[in-house]
Structure formats: C-alpha cells, structure tokens
Design a protein. Structure first.
Length: 178
C-alpha cells in the first residue's frame, strides 16, 4: 500500500512507500535528533478499493468508498521531498470518516491540558487527486490518495504528544509521538 499526497494548491505530488505508513495509535519515533521540531499536517485520504489507471474524475467515485484521516510528519531538518520516505512518517486512521461530518481535534503535549488545533468540517472531494495520481501510477487495492487539510501543528521530537480526532461515530485517529 502506498500513499500519494496530492496538493491541489500547486499540483505537487509526493508518494510514500508502504514502510512510511503506520496504523493509528502506533507511536512515531524520530530517531535522529531529540531536539528536532516536527512539522505535522492533517490529510484526508480516499482508500482505493479496485485496480485503476488513468481514471477520469467523473469515475473516481467507483474506485473508493471510504475516506480516512492521516497525519504526515517530517522533521524541520529533513528535506521536504525526501522526508516522506522516512519509516513511519504517515499515521493512517482506521475508521472511515463521513465527508460532511464535523471532526473535533484535541492535541495534548506533555502534561499540559489538551488544546484544539482546529475543527474540520467537510472533507474535500478526492476525484481530481485520484485522476492526477492515476495518470502516473497504477492504483491498487489499499492505496490511499490523500489531500492536505488546513490543519498543521509543530511539536518537539522528544516530547510526548497525542492528537485525537473524533467524529460522530467516535475516535477516527490517534496520533502519538514518543
């Protein structure tokens, strides 16, 4: 399973290998520098359910039936294009997210009280992102085509941090840094 991040603002695409993806609740460990600052951004991803190549946007809905939340992490000292290759750099939620629901975010750093880095209301339509990604790569079952959401936050690598995303159906994502 690969994750292809398509940024609709500038059309840039980054492809993360399967070793870069970890499950919700699995901690992200930054092994290089314990004082590094980690840049994190929230993504919404369509989970591909059938093989496809050169998919037209109007047919994209036939290739996925659920969306999940993801967090992409990179150290400030990393090359932004190569950082996506780091093992564990993307945490993928397991629970499906409704496209029109409101998602509450809570971020706890260390022993401080939880703060909200924002609320997500409605997810973007992934049709254009799926079409763009499938122009270059064959999409396979389990691949995720992700689009950035307007939620970013920074944390220190050696700090214990937890981000939880909750929707109407319960917890959608639990992102941990240790």
């Amino acid at each position: 399973m690969k994750v292809i991040v398509v940024d609709p603002a500038d059309g840039a695409m980054l492809c993360a290998p399967d070793s870069a993806v970890i499950a919700s609740g699995t901690p992200f460990f930054c092994p290089d520098d314990p004082d590094a600052v980690l840049h994190c951004r929230l993504l919404a991803g369509a989970v591909i359910e059938r093989l496809g190549k050169n998919i037209q946007p109007r047919f994209a809905g036939r290739y996925y039936s659920r969306m999940v939340l993801l967090v992409q992490t990179r150290a400030a000292c990393d090359d932004p294009f190569a950082a996506i290759l780091r093992d564990g750099s993307i945490t993928a939620g397991r629970e499906p997210v409704g496209t029109d629901c409101e998602i509450a975010l809570g971020l706890t750093i260390g022993t401080a009280p939880a703060v909200s880095p924002g609320t997500v209301t409605g997810l973007p339509d992934p049709a254009e992102a799926i079409a763009r990604a499938s122009h270059y790569a064959t999409l396979r079952t389990g691949d995720i085509i992700a689009v950035p959401l307007p939620v970013t936050f920074d944390i220190k690598a050696a700090t214990r941090a937890d981000l939880t995303a909750t929707g109407p159906a319960g917890q959608l994502l639990h992102y941990k840094v240790r």
